[in-house]
Design a protein around this ligand. Structure first.
Ligand code: NAI
Length: 246
């Protein structure tokens, strides 16, 4: 266990990849703040974490609202007095071909995936700068590197998140805060369960390791980046995709 005493905030961790990340950080001894917009799932994950013998706190907050994000970080500081790790994981898709994509579909996806990450990063930056320590890990996507048909909004948000990762790494590096991105490929979660069998098959054909990833595959990379072994790594994008993009 190498994250004992530390406090981690994982956005959108009521289910899927975020949930796996929250549990994996707790396994390393971190106290974990489970954020989501769905109260029951956040509470379920927080209860699981408490059973592991560390502290957990569930916070229902929409990360697209600056007021909600500020209130969440204030509540974390009140309860724990520190925040060591931020994982910007909350993300949504609203796929459509470019010519059919509405302004609302564009704005909604960018608001959660990119603005939400910016607001959370900004809110934790002050306590991290004061502490001269911090790890920020952004869950991007391989489509942020390659683009994707039907995902102009989503791939742009993830490409933007990668650029945000690098800007944050440059601005906060002198305060011993690292910022890295993890770019998952095709991971089996409720988000991808909506894909047709045909789309799923096409994805699998592009994966050299020949299988979809599991949320735990992503969580292990995040735990590495949050831990002491990654102290000298910043501004990087680590693909966790079975070799899909290289
Ligand atoms: P998911 O849809 O299973 O879980 C996302 C969670 O975020 C949900 O619990 C949802 O309630 C929460 N959320 C949504 N909007 C929110 C908001 N405004 N504020 C707070 N929480 C909010 O998704 P999944 O698959 O676990 O994805 C997690 C992250 O990984 C996302 O950023 C996604 O883009 C990324 N990703 C997923 C891949 C996959 O194959 N599943 C591939 C590449 C990236």
């Amino acid at each position: 266990m190498y994250l004992e005493e530390q406090v981690a905030l994982v956005t959108g961790s009521g289910r899927g990849i975020g949930r796996a990340i929250a549990l994996a950080l707790a396994e390393q001894g971190a106290n974990v703040v489970v954020n989501d917009v769905v109260e029951e799932s956040a509470e379920e994950v927080a209860a699981r974490i408490e059973e592991m013998g560390v502290a957990a706190m569930s916070v229902v907050a929409d990360i697209t609202s600056e007021d909600a994000v500020k209130a969440m970080v204030a509540a974390i500081m009140d309860r724990f007095g520190r925040i060591d790790i931020l994982v910007n994981n909350a993300g949504i898709t609203q796929d459509n071909l470019l010519m059919r994509m509405s302004e609302e579909q564009w704005d909604t996806v960018l608001a959660v995936n990119l603005k939400g990450a910016f607001l959370c990063t900004k809110a934790v930056a002050r306590p991290m700068v004061k502490a001269r320590h911090g790890r920020i890990i952004n869950i991007a996507s391989v489509v942020g590197l390659t683009g994707n048909v039907g995902q102009a909004n989503y791939s742009s948000s993830k490409g933007g998140l990668i650029a945000l990762t690098k800007s944050t790494a440059q601005e906060l590096g002198s305060r011993r805060i690292t910022c890295n991105a993890v770019a998952p490929g095709f991971i089996e979660t409720e988000m991808t369960a909506r894909l047709s069998n045909e789309a799923r098959q096409r994805m699998l054909e592009r994966i050299p390791l020949g299988r979809p990833g599991q949320p735990e595959d992503v969580a292990r990379a995040v735990v590495f980046l949050a831990g002491p072994a990654a102290a000298y790594i910043t501004g990087q994008v680590l693909a966790v995709d079975g070799g899909m993009v290289m």
